[in-house]
Design a protein around this ligand. Sequence first.
Ligand code: ATP
Ligand code: MG
Length: 442
Amino acid sequence: MSDPFISFQRKTSMSECNHIKDILNDEFIGKKVKLKGWVYRHRASSKLVFIILRDSTDVIQCVVKSDSEFFEAAKDLYIESSIEIEGTLRKDDRAPTGYEIDVEKLNLICKGEPFPVTKDQSVEFLLDIRHLWLRSMKLTRILEARHYIIEYLREFLDKEGFYEVPAPLITKSGAEGGSEVFEIDYFGEKAYLTQSSQLYAEAAIFALEKVYVLAPSFRAEPSRTRRHLAEYWHLEPEMAFYNNKMNMEIQERMVEYVCNKMGKEHGSLVKKIGRDPEYLLGIKSPFERISYEEAIDRANKLGCKMKLGDDFGADEEYILTKDLKQPIFITDFPMELKAFYMAENPNNPGHALCSDLLAPEGHGEIIGGSEREWRYEVLMDRIKENKLNVKDYEWYLDLRKYGSVPHSGFGLGIERFIKWMLNLKHIRDAIPFPRTINRFYP
Ligand code: ATP
Ligand code: MG
């Protein structure tokens, strides 16, 4: 008897019905098939109706001839009408996916109204009707790829012995202590939507040692860039007894694992979206490491005008990475540029034991990571220096009071990672309902 838990394969065929992807092959030629889906394209003449049918897996051309009892019904469809068809598969090189179905039976599920997307294709309009535009070929395939990318991130961390833990989204203070927080009313008290789950992940390492949180983070980003969302999904692993070197090593292995696996298992999917699978298969660790100072030098040689102490913004990261093929780490940022909880590098005073991982081809930062300050007194000083409210961080300081240990962790922005992996122009296409400075509807 086969063990259903040994090899998991996504089920594409419904018992009473086929899926398009499964029948696009010579074995089905001459066979009867039954499909459920939506009208993707529609063209009618006096003799024939061509319907390109779409389901979750692909599209296929279906033909209804004028002598069919379903001819009038077939003529009368809208784009996105939902239908069920039965027919026989034929090979046809002129059809969009190489096969065609001679329709023998057509059942209208819902004709609906004329679909609005076909008229106006402006960016703003498509964002207004995002709930409908999700069905477009491009967004459907990106959503599919997003599913696998997250699956492989989890798979990698599982294999490395991590536990997934939850963290609250409503907090008493912003994790980074910065200004980019969304304030909410919590039963009459001020509260904030979380900017990062890191501090809670840190609490959980004292229970499970290696943990990760995968949850939304909220940033009231005033910047209109192609890589900032106000609500994004944040993967935040945190590891007890890891120093920053081990931290960087696990990051690069994770990135390599997920890129390689996507290239190997879903080459044709990523290709449809516009990323050559060979590129993903070629991502190979270890990644280059350069210090903050070296990065400034390099950026200036490439045309930036940065001074020591400046932070890298989207433009500088673009210039620095546009000609690279592999990701690159920038290490040892000045302490003032980074969050209060980062440990100082004893071999490079004034600089943090930290790294940003920048994706190549101009995509820029996808991960920020560091060793955490684990000594109570030093952390207390940092909180005060950063003018944070000690009271809000008492629980966090407690973690350094009872059996504190050296530890490290990092945060990967899921949509930034997807944007690079799939070579998307804008981060909003990596998430179905993007929240940006000027939009939170639909
Ligand atoms: P940036 O300088 O690009 O604004 P950051 O330094 O604020 O990034 P971190 O606070 O280190 O970023 O957050 C960790 C990771 O979360 C980043 O490396 C990035 O992948 C992701 N991230 C941060 N802000 C956003 C955002 N507004 N939208 C999408 N992803 C984000
Ligand atoms: Mg930021």
